[in-house]
Design a protein. Structure first.
Length: 281
């Protein structure tokens, strides 16, 4: 038997082995999620799934375990528009943020008045900017608890055609917001991102005294990990704490002093801080 023939026979056996495991999905349910993931990984190893498809399947499975608090844009990072704004105030916010939907608030972010769509501003502006009335073009806000399951919310987004929901905490205050894009990023988000680990740890040691922190890490978890005592009465996450201290959404590369620690922004976009780095030396 030639070497090529031997290799072909080996590949055929591997494929048959994987296909028999795949058949078990339809006859005997996998005992747990790890079994299912193992089958999907083997499908990728055997060339039946590319890496993008594998990661999307893993993301789809992950969504069912998440609550909206874990994917939301924290209160401190929300771009909002005051109800008293005129057209000259609103247009720069729309242009600079690049967003299409904005919570409109009263004196503070807990006084939610509604949602403003950028396209509604454009329609009003085209008619007659002098007659611009922000309150008249607001749309009702979808308000949900932070404990809501992400997969349930995604289905509601699809059926109601809403793209944004405001998240409230147990006391009725605004905790943050979530968009359909935030949920889809869990499924089809960045593949093999340089800051992501296959197990997605929220606190990653990168050197003897340097740690990379997912900005969604809760302040409670951060305090426990490093024996610290940052106040979590106003903000839940490290990203919210850092953004609040900066007074704005800091850019990648910036360093923000919080207490005695310097948080370096490793990755952020127009909506949120994603990763920070802290040197404890």
């Amino acid at each position: 038997m030639t070497e090529d023939q031997s290799r072909k026979d080996s590949d055929t056996e591997n494929q048959k082995s994987w296909l028999s495991k795949l058949a078990n999905i339809f006859t005997d349910e996998p005992q747990n999620r790890e079994d299912l993931l193992e089958i999907l990984k083997e499908a990728h190893d055997n060339g039946l799934l590319d890496i993008d498809a594998l990661n999307m399947m893993k993301g789809a499975l992950k969504v069912s375990d998440l609550q909206v608090r874990q994917v939301m844009i924290p209160r401190a990072q929300m771009v909002v528009i005051p109800l008293t704004s005129n057209i000259e105030d609103v247009l720069p916010i729309i242009v600079e943020s690049g967003h299409s939907r904005f919570p409109v608030v009263g004196e503070d972010k807990d006084e939610l008045e509604g949602i403003l769509l950028a396209k509604d501003v454009l329609k009003s502006f085209v008619k007659d900017e002098k007659d611009f009335n922000l309150k008249e073009i607001l749309r009702p806000a979808v308000v949900i608890p932070e404990s809501k399951q992400v997969n349930i919310l995604l289905n509601e987004f699809r059926t109601t055609r809403n793209h944004m929901a405001i998240i409230i905490d147990e006391y009725g205050g605004v905790a943050g917001l979530v968009t359909i894009e935030d949920i889809l990023e869990v499924i089809v988000g960045e593949i093999d991102d340089e800051y992501d680990d296959h197990e997605d740890p929220y606190i990653m040691k990168v050197d003897e005294s340097i740690y990379r922190i997912n900005a969604l890490t809760t302040i409670v978890e951060f305090n426990e990990a490093f024996d610290l005592a940052f106040d979590d009465s106003e903000f839940d996450t490290i990203g919210g704490l850092v953004a609040s201290e900066a007074g704005r959404l800091p850019e990648t590369g910036e360093e923000i002093l919080v207490g005695s620690l310097v948080f370096k922004i490793i990755k952020s976009d127009k909506r949120r801080i994603e990763f920070v780095e802290v040197d404890f030396s």
